[in-house]
Design a protein around this ligand. Sequence first.
Ligand code: G3P
Ligand code: MG
Length: 250
Amino acid sequence: MIDIPHIVAHRGASIEAPENTIAAFRVAGARGAKWIECDVTLSADDKCVLIHDDTLERTTNGTGPIHHSDFDALRNLDAGGWFSDIYKGERIPSLKDTLETLYFMDMGANLEIKPSGCDPVRLCEEVIKELRISKTVPPILISSFDDTAVAHMRKHMPDLPCGWLLETLPKNWKAEYARLGASAIHIDHKALTPVSAAEIVDAGVPLVCYTINDVERAKELFSWGVTSVITDDPAKLLMAFPRRPFAAHR
Ligand code: G3P
Ligand code: MG
């Protein structure tokens, strides 16, 4: 079973630096985070790039859908100036650069496959290609809201752990979890109750929650047996919980 750290930096330390950039991953590492979460999608010419939205407006100085721009055009955009002048000139990272950076920082990643607007299978194929050719692959936990992506990754990279990413917990979650062959459940913390958390934890399933920036809420979730919380503010949560505060599994 993969050892998921109790605190994972959401899109990097995204409260302090522009999300899904190398700068945000470096700040997360500097604050003591062992892992970051990041979102990977495809450029028009099928290169893996890190960005959350399916359009460029919010986090870059570009416009339009990501999947309409080639890699070179995306790399010329400013992905930091929207956040603060200090980060002006920060680039949209490639998956390759991200893997390398994390590897040399001795960090790991929850790599979320985000096919918004592109073909999930095509995206998975490119991620797999990148992971296979890279000589600097850090510990990786894949996750996706897209069941096709989860199934594809499980089939073609069965040794790579893959989380089932959910907004709410379906009634028949156990059967679906087994069918997908997933290694963890990643769920919006607002959808979790002490009862549903106990059900997951008692089944021995690692439970990852997003996105928690409040120390008291994180404490409550850990007391329910949650394995890991994904946060925009790893500095704050690591200050409150330098180590896992409760046993991960009962
Ligand atoms: O992977 C957890 C979380 O990142 C999922 O939601 O929209 O922030 O990618 P989102
Ligand atoms: Mg994400």
